[in-house]
Design a binder for this molecule. Structure first.
Ligand SMILES: Cc1cc2nc3c(=O)[nH]c(=O)nc-3n(C[C@H](O)[C@H](O)[C@H](O)COP(=O)(O)OP(=O)(O)OC[C@H]3O[C@@H](n4cnc5c(N)ncnc54)[C@H](O)[C@@H]3O)c2cc1C
Length: 416
């Protein structure tokens, strides 16, 4: 019997357990998945919890219910991978042998990386919304916050779901408008990038929306420290920004287990071939989702496209064949713009977000790079799709892992 071991039962690990349990012969392969948590969180829902659009309990289910029966679920922290011995050490001292390893341990916030961010002001006047507890605490804070300077802030890139902080700023604008107190809130978006987003074409649209909603942008802000007493953030270039309420996205890092295993880069992301998803540290280790260092967005939609390619490549690897699947960096993200509307962006490693229709060429019903109510309903429907199709590895009709070009205003990609 051979062992396939999956580390992490979040979005990507759960998808891989579902795909591979259908493909690998039961008599030849034991599949095991390890996670320290009992709960599977629908992380895109963290955006809506602070604004009381979702209740915290609506975005949590048990990990167990999504793991197929033939897959053994081990609930234990992972201590480290001993890649030269093909073994994984767990927190309780148990050692798991593997023939094939899939790393899907994601990324988490690391507020300790920024001087002054943690401490007595953390979760009092300095909040995150990238964790279940952060989003739930911020919800309580916003219920009776009387207004002032709200700063929505990104510490450094890359972060998972790079549009989420912007969406937060847009939703905050409509939340305070609906409460009749927008005039009491001064909204500022502070980013280390030179504009609203990582991709120039989408940045143009998104900068315009910030202006329209009277949200000031402070670009090129590389944070050095937080002074919780004075309620200021400082950057290395000498800029400072005042806040009454700081909503920050701390540095995102891969799990410390990656560092203990000696296989990560300086942010604990695992060097990975961007087309095949085979790790660059050993050929029987594959990596998927936020744990990779591939230059795609860290998003559930990306993990979904990767899972299809990785399943093909794992089967090819087992059969001793050349890895056939090639991931193009396809990402597909809804961007909530407030007031019941959203944009949809579709792009890959080479192609900027384009205009056009999705998923059906010329028909839609979703419009790319254009605000609409239908896109907003698409974003809300994503929660149902996530629980019922995405993580259970069911195909989503008309949505392909490679970015489709039909019906889109594709721009020529420069060669070389
Ligand atoms: C606010 C927010 C909004 C988002 N919005 C969207 C969106 O609209 N669309 C979209 O596509 N994506 C969105 N995302 C991103 C998406 O949720 C992630 O990209 C996706 O969950 C990544 O999946 P993953 O499996 O790589 O990591 P995760 O789902 O985070 O899973 C990692 C798992 O590994 C486990 N683990 C890690 N280390 C260890 C260890 N040492 N021992 C044991 N277990 C361990 C963790 O417990 C966890 O269960 C959003 C994320 C956030 C935070």
């Amino acid at each position: 019997m051979k062992n396939l071991l999956i580390l992490g039962a979040g979005t990507a690990g759960t998808m891989m357990a579902n795909h591979l349990s259908k493909k690998l012969p039961t008599k030849e392969w034991q599949i095991t998945i390890v996670d320290k948590e009992k709960a599977h969180y629908y992380q895109p829902g963290y955006l809506f919890v602070p604004f009381d659009i979702y209740q915290p309990e609506q975005i949590v289910k048990s990990i167990d219910q999504f793991i197929p029966k033939r897959v053994k679920l081990v609930r234990e922290p992972i201590d480290r991978i001993a890649k030269d011995d093909n073994q994984v050490y767990l927190g309780n001292g148990e050692v798991l042998d593997y023939d094939l390893l899939i790393i899907a341990t994601g990324t988490d916030i690391a507020p300790q990386e920024i001087e002054g961010m943690l401490g007595e002001h953390w979760q009092e006047s300095v909040f995150d919304f990238y964790t279940f507890s952060g989003a739930s605490n911020l919800r309580k804070k916003l219920m009776d916050w009387e207004g002032g300077k709200m700063v929505v802030h990104i510490c450094e890139m890359p972060i998972k779901c790079p549009v989420a902080p912007l969406e937060f700023a847009f939703l905050a604008d409509s939340f305070f408008k609906n409460k009749g107190m927008r005039d009491k809130v001064d909204l500022t978006f502070v980013t280390p990038m030179d504009g609203a987003f990582t991709k120039p074409r989408a940045t143009k649209e998104l900068n315009y929306l910030l202006e329209q909603k009277n949200i000031r942008i402070v670009p090129n802000f590389n944070i050095e420290r937080v002074d919780g007493e004075a309620r200021k953030i400082y950057d290395y270039g000498g800029q400072e920004v005042d806040y009454d309420l700081l909503v920050t996205v701390p540095t995102n890092m891969g799990n410390p287990m990656i560092e203990r295993s000696g296989i990560g880069d300086d942010l604990n992301f695992v060097p990975t071939d961007k087309a095949t998803l085979q790790s660059l540290v050993k050929d029987n280790i594959f990596v998927i989702g936020d744990a990779t260092n591939v230059p795609a967005s860290k998003a559930g939609s990306v993990a979904h496209f990767e899972a299809e390619i990785l399943t093909e490549n794992i089967l090819a690897y087992i059969a001793g064949e050349e890895l056939k699947g090639s991931f193009d960096g396809h990402a597909n993200c809804f961007v909530e713009t407030g007031n019941g509307k959203a944009l949809l962006i579709d792009f890959n490693y080479d192609q900027e977000p384009v205009t056009g229709t999705f998923p059906l060429p010329g028909v839609g019903p979703l419009k790319l790079l254009k605000e609409s109510k239908v896109n907003h309903w698409g974003k809300l429907a994503f929660r149902w799709i996530y629980w019922n199709m995405l993580i259970t590895g069911k195909p989503i009709p008309f949505v392909s892992s490679a970015m489709a070009t039909a019906g889109k205003d594709i721009e020529p990609v420069p060669v070389g």
